[in-house]
Design a protein around this ligand. Structure first.
Ligand code: GTP
Ligand code: MG
Length: 446
């Protein structure tokens, strides 16, 4: 995601951070490049102007030009502006009532923007959070909508409320909420019908549903890939219905970032979640600071570690980190990684989070057949060999190749790759240290 803007930004930052002294012209040139990168990313023109002017104002101040480390000062200014643009330090929480009362979340947006998928993902997330959830099928326009929600509800293990034959979504919403209250369900998520354009009749329908259901959260669901048009439509919904936040879907496929970077500034409402895939688990809380550092090519180590921690318990994660730090990571660890990889989701997504790796390696570079072969090869090694790969000489290689049904060339390739992986890990670890010292310099506790 955001490949092009990240490449450009990290290039600009790299040029400046290498310089011991920065002239006014350097700053102006860099800001001009930033402007172009933002415009290319399809960021709203007014937002770009404001961003550029305030960056220039601050960067031309004496503090930067005369500081000991002007490049880093400049990076900090751009980073701070980016965080503000995306919504500030804190991620926006859902404003729901306590668990002993029923809260209502209303989802709305254009056709195909991802409302039904988001309803299902949100149900899963809130259920994991200890809430009891009911999904409400209030899309009575598209014939298959109800069945779609029923299937998804079953997957998430939450009840789906429907009234067969009913044509008025207001009635469905009202009945659902009173049933939820009666059944002591504390969270009601209403899925509404999509609209191709800003159709008057449907807009009126959503106003009626909103009025009747008095939602605690009215979330506009926007397809990130539609860029500026998502922003314009969000504005329209904000004016006509009023929204409390945005779920930005298909973030995984958004290569430009225009919607993400403009929404907050234009509409004035926070992005609360991003959809990062089609599966139930692919909904993440939107953290402006993490996204900002991803855009600037600083990587997103925090998310990476959190993702890993979902798979490992704390102790295991620490053990792995130590091994990476001390560079004692061995073939057994490598095998464990390969086996866990399937559970961690797409490799692409993980790569994006590693500082300096975004855009350089992609899933296409990784051959899944090869991963299978590698597993077989390591499994044919003895424990001792796994821990001491250097002792694996020609005769052992031959035995291992035979044992795993591969060739000596395959074994050689794996060992070479493993060595490279170790090197890469070393690099990431140094980078991580770099990042944490950077954060400290910024006055944040990394
Ligand atoms: N890659 C990706 N695909 C998504 C995401 N969210 C939704 N989709 C896909 O987008 C398509 C439309 O999603 P729906 O949830 O049915 O959209 P909707 O807004 O309910 O559509 P209507 O009910 O027709 O208005 C589906 O194929 C989803 O799998 C996401 O975050 N990432
Ligand atoms: Mg739908």
């Amino acid at each position: 995601m955001f490949d092009s803007i990240t490449t450009k930004f990290s290039g600009i930052m790299r040029t400046l951070s290498g310089k011991g002294k920065i002239s006014e012209k350097n700053v102006r040139d860099a800001v001009e490049e930033i402007k172009e990168a933002l415009l290319d990313a399809d960021v709203n023109l007014r937002v770009v102007r404001r961003f550029v002017n305030s960056t220039l104002d601050e960067a031309l101040g004496e503090k930067v030009l005369q500081s000991v480390n002007p490049g880093q000062q400049f990076t900090k200014i751009v980073y701070d502006k980016m965080v503000t643009l995306l919504g500030g330090e804190e991620s926006a929480k859902l404003n729901l009532k306590g668990k002993d009362t029923t809260s209502v979340i209303l989802l709305m947006g254009l056709q195909g923007s991802g409302k039904t998928t988001a309803a299902h993902k949100l149900a899963h997330l809130l259920k994991k959070d200890g809430r009891s959830v009911m999904l409400v099928a209030a899309d009575l326009v598209r014939p298959a909508a109800i069945t779609q929600l029923q299937v998804l509800g079953e997957k998430a293990g939450v009840p789906v409320f429907t009234i067969p034959g009913e044509k008025d979504p207001v009635k469905v919403a009202e009945a659902a909420i009173s049933k939820a209250r009666h059944d002591l369900i504390n969270t009601v998520i209403i899925d509404t019908s999509g609209r191709m354009h800003l159709d008057e009749a449907l807009m009126e329908e959503i106003q009626r549903v909103a009025k009747a259901s008095k939602p605690d959260e009215t979330l506009f669901v926007a397809d990130a890939m539609t860029g500026q048009s998502a922003v314009d439509i969000a504005k329209e919904f904000e004016e006509k219905v009023g929204i409390s936040g945005v779920i930005l879907t298909k973030f995984d496929s958004d290569t430009r970032g225009g919607a993400a970077l403009s929404l907050r500034a234009v509409v004035g409402k926070p992005i609360k979640f991003i959809g990062t895939g089609e599966k139930m688990e692919d909904l993440e809380v939107f953290h402006p600071d993490r996204i900002a550092s991803r855009i600037l090519g600083m990587g997103d180590v925090v998310s990476l570690v959190e993702k890993a921690q979902e798979q490992y318990d704390q102790a295991e994660a620490e053990k792995l980190q130590k091994k990476m730090e001390k560079n004692t990571f061995d073939l057994q660890d490598y095998l464990d990684q390969l086996e866990k990889m399937d559970n961690m989701g797409s490799i692409d997504k993980l790569i994006d989070m590693i500082p300096g790796m975004s855009g350089k390696v992609s899933e296409d570079d990784i051959d899944l057949g090869e991963l299978k072969r590698e597993k077989a090869i390591i499994k044919s090694m003895t424990r001792f060999e796994r821990a001491n790969y250097r002792i694996i000489g020609p005769s052992r290689r031959k035995r291992i190749a035979n044992g795993s049904g591969t060739s000596v060339a395959d074994v050689n390739r794996l060992l070479k790759k493993f060595e490279k992986t170790k090197l890469l890990m070393k690099k990431v670890m140094t980078n991580k240290k770099m990042q944490s010292s950077m954060l400290k310099m910024f006055g944040m506790n990394g």
